[in-house]
Ligand binder design. Structure first.
Ligand code: NDP
Ligand code: BG6
Length: 537
């Protein structure tokens, strides 16, 4: 094999993953960003690894007037410039003939009739069989009409004779509890729950799945994974980019809906849930739902004590200048949309009672970093008096009370991205005649052991065609997450109304791009003698 992926690598990948059955996948919104930047490259890589059979066909559907050749050419251009794709012309030449395109609206029956005819002709012409997968990669405003017309046009079969029809629905799945509930009702009036794959791409990240493997495949951590040994848990999902042209979408979303409702609460669930009886969809999702239900609900007037929100002003993040959020296209000049959220979550169950889970996410922070840090309680009695600072240097942090305390605690950090890996901070004796303690890291680096992790969409798309919904969210899971988020939104609404009736419009805290967020976020932890771990690295 002269170019690209070598035969041994293909065989190795095929040993780890099952090969997809033949199927026809329709991508709604195929002209868009997600389709071109993530979905088509993931399908290309799966085909390159021979995990998709030759009669796996992709049919793009969108309003843009393209033909097959133009669709293929756009897909090619976006892959050539995509740093995550190792573009190879031979592999592309084998992949491109599987791509087709049909133009149509999302809320017109006529378009779906033409879609049905096109699907039938491709299935027959290319011996695809009857497996169908619909991927909703459009703005959520058209999810409902697409679902309705798929049903009305007779394009949804319930499982028969081993053939299946499935639908993948992108985030955001609703914008609060009521809208998520309504969308679920609508989707489930056309599809059965086991045909529905609500996607959260964080669950497709190798390092996120590794949280469960780390906890439940090793005997030594689970016995100490509880309130008796854990002092606090921090989850940071930091991005250095701003909203980068997505102002129109982001204005209606904000960090709480965009990141916390899905990605962060999923990370909380995986970190804190009870062991499932098996690694399969029902068992894992039952435990995630139990955990999400144990998150303490907040009354509207409690929200300011537990949740901090803020918006970035102009600055420099990761060496790039970032304009203020209010200067982004599509953003209202007086917008109070938050680009940063920090939330002190409490979990009311036997395992976690009294252990704070500090969550935060933000755009335009100093660097990209997704990390889960579990800080353990310090040793019950410190024998070594000389631990008065890092390497004997007095501790210089803003909160002196935390010096010896925090130095003597073990911290286990799971780095989801980048530089994927796991670090356990322990104390060691620095060589020398006196007992001088210094923190050292026990380190596992994903890249050293396994190379670069595959893209999340690759894994998730393969799971859909193989019918494995373990890494997708179930109806009750999405709704309980929205319920907790809606309570925060209600608290913010109350805060804004009170401000309007009193001192004038509510003023959102601000942080300059390139900093770790507003001071209020640090205060949330400092009042309990804590600090954000990632800021110190
Ligand atoms: P786009 O804004 O690029 O929209 C996709 C396509 O939908 C467009 O090419 C356009 O196709 C059509 N479209 C756009 N606006 C409208 C509208 N107002 N009404 C009807 N059709 C419209 O979205 P993305 O590709 O970025 O995202 C698709 C979905 O995936 C969204 O739900 C998004 O939230 C989600 N998502 C996206 C991520 C990303 O990285 N982009 C990450 C995670 C989730 P045409 O005009 O040709 O019909
Ligand atoms: C998406 C959000 O779900 O996740 C984006 O809509 C965000 O705003 C992205 O940038 C982050 O994903 P990742 O995989 O880069 O951490």
């Amino acid at each position: 094999m002269s170019e690209g992926i070598v035969l041994e690598e293909i065989l190795d990948i095929q040993e780890q993953f099952q090969v997809s059955p033949p199927a026809l996948m329709v991508i709604f919104g195929a002209s868009g960003d997600l389709a071109n930047r993530k979905l088509l490259p993931a399908l290309y890589k799966l085909a390159q690894q021979r995990l998709l059979p030759p009669n796996f066909v992709i049919l793009g559907y969108a309003r843009s007037p393209l033909d097959d050749a133009e669709f293929r050419s756009r897909a090619r251009s976006s892959m050539v410039t995509n740093s995550e794709v190792e573009f190879q012309s031979g592999a592309w030449d084998a992949f491109a003939p599987r791509l087709y395109y049909i133009s149509g609206g999302y809320d017109e029956f006529e378009g779906f009739e033409r879609l049905r005819e096109k699907i039938s002709s491709l299935e027959e012409q290319l011996s695809v069989g009857g497996n169908r997968l619909y991927y909703l990669s459009t703005p959520p405003s058209v999810y409902e009409p697409i679902i309705s017309y798929l049903g009305a046009a007779g394009l949804v079969e319930h499982e028969s004779g081993g053939e299946w029809t499935r639908v993948v629905i992108e985030k955001p799945f609703g914008s609060d509890l009521a809208s998520a509930h309504k969308l679920n009702d609508h989707v489930l009036s056309v599809f059965d729950e086991d045909q529905v794959y609500r996607i959260d791409h964080y669950l497709g990240k190798e390092t996120v799945q590794n949280v469960l493997v780390f906890r439940f495949a090793n005997g030594i951590f689970e016995p100490i994974w509880n309130r008796n040994y854990v002092d606090n848990v921090q989850i940071t999902v930091a991005e250095s980019i701003g909203v980068e042209g997505r102002g129109g979408y982001y204005e209606k979303s904000g960090a709480l809906r965009d990141m916390v409702q899905n990605h962060l609460l999923q990370l909380v669930a995986l970190t804190a849930m009870e062991p499932p009886i098996a690694f399969e969809a029902k068992a894992v999702r039952d435990q995630k739902v139990n955990l999400l239900q144990a998150i303490r609900p907040l009354q509207p007037d409690e929200v300011p004590d537990y949740v901090v929100r803020a918006q970035y002003s102009a600055g420099t993040a990761a060496t790039r200048p970032v304009p203020a959020y209010l200067e982004e296209e599509g953003v209202a000049p007086d917008s109070t949309t938050e680009t940063y959220v920090a939330w002190r979550v409490e979990i009311d169950n036997w395992r976690w009672q009294g252990v704070p889970f500090y969550l935060r996410t933000g755009k335009a922070l100093p660097r990209k970093a997704t990390e889960i840090s579990v800080t353990f309680r310090r040793a019950p009695h410190l024998l070594f008096d000389s631990t008065d600072g890092l390497d004997g240097v007095p501790f210089m942090g803003p909160h002196p009370a935390m010096s010896r305390e925090s130095l003597s605690r073990n911290v286990l950090t799971m780095r989801i991205q980048p530089d994927e890996g796991i670090t356990l901070k322990t104390l060691a004796k620095r060589p020398g005649p006196s007992v001088n303690l210094t923190p050292v890291n026990l380190e596992f680096t994903y890249g050293h052991s396994f190379g670069d992790p595959p893209d999340a969409y690759q894994r998730l798309l393969l799971d859909v065609v193989l019918g494995d919904s373990t890494l997708f969210t179930r109806r009750d899971e999405v709704e309980i997450a929205w319920q907790r988020i809606t309570q925060v939104l209600e608290g913010w609404h109350m805060q804004e109304s009170l401000a309007a009736n009193g001192s004038g419009p509510y003023r959102l805290p601000n942080y300059p791009a390139g900093t770790w967020g507003p001071s209020e976020s640090g205060d949330l932890l400092a009042r309990e003698g804590q600090h954000w771990i990632v800021d110190r690295e």
